[in-house]
Design a protein around this ligand. Sequence first.
Ligand code: ATP
Ligand code: MG
Length: 228
Amino acid sequence: MLLTEMIDIKKDYFLGETVVHALRGIDLTIDKGEFVAIWGPSGSGKTTLLNLIGAIDQPTSGQFYIEGQEIKRLSDNKRTDLRNRSIGFIFQGFNLIPVLSALENVMLPLEIRGASFSKAREKALWRLDEVGLSDFVSHRPDKMSGGQQQRVAIARALVTCPSLVIADEPTANLDTGTSKKIIGLMRNLNEKEKTTFIFSTHDQRLLDQVKRLIRLEDGKILDGGIKK
Ligand SMILES: Nc1ncnc2c1ncn2[C@@H]1O[C@H](COP(=O)(O)OP(=O)(O)OP(=O)(O)O)[C@@H](O)[C@H]1O
Ligand SMILES: [Mg+2]
């Protein structure tokens, strides 16, 4: 079943007088339940593409649908609602809130959805334990290593049990052992809960697990855009 469809999507960034053509006509379909990687050199447009799929940003032109709904026709509120309800996002730069502890960061998406404090706390502790951070729940991001912050970001993305997880280089800062554990966690959610995972990665261990690879170069898909 189709989750998302892009037809001739372009994304330009305007920097004063210059225009950066970050995506130059993307045709892409992704089904529900896929475990799919986007791979390409730095600057090829991976983060830009993931931000569009996650309805965080809007394309300059082209058609883009999530579950049959054309995203540009949704109001800001409806788009935010779609994101909060069904998408977990692991940002390349983590985007943790610096004044909040690891636990508070992970509780936040649940609290935004109206969960009680105790329920949010319980679920956040469970996800933090899964990513191996039980001993760091009261640490603030600036007191944690890059890999620990990345794991907080992963726990925060998974805490609402979203049907779609978008992950921008989710294992880039992790040591081999931790990376293996996180990949195992993601594979498990994909197999057992049918959670869809779309990620960018250069991690060979993660690439070894994917059934489909989308290769991106200079804002264009070289192959893998349409599922065979
Ligand atoms: N906010 C922005 N404003 C202007 N240009 C941008 C912006 N974000 C990205 N770009 C440009 O768009 C192009 C694609 O960037 P993007 O971040 O999507 O690449 P990437 O494949 O994720 O790279 P990396 O592997 O380094 O994370 C690059 O040329 C980049 O400089
Ligand atoms: Mg990027």
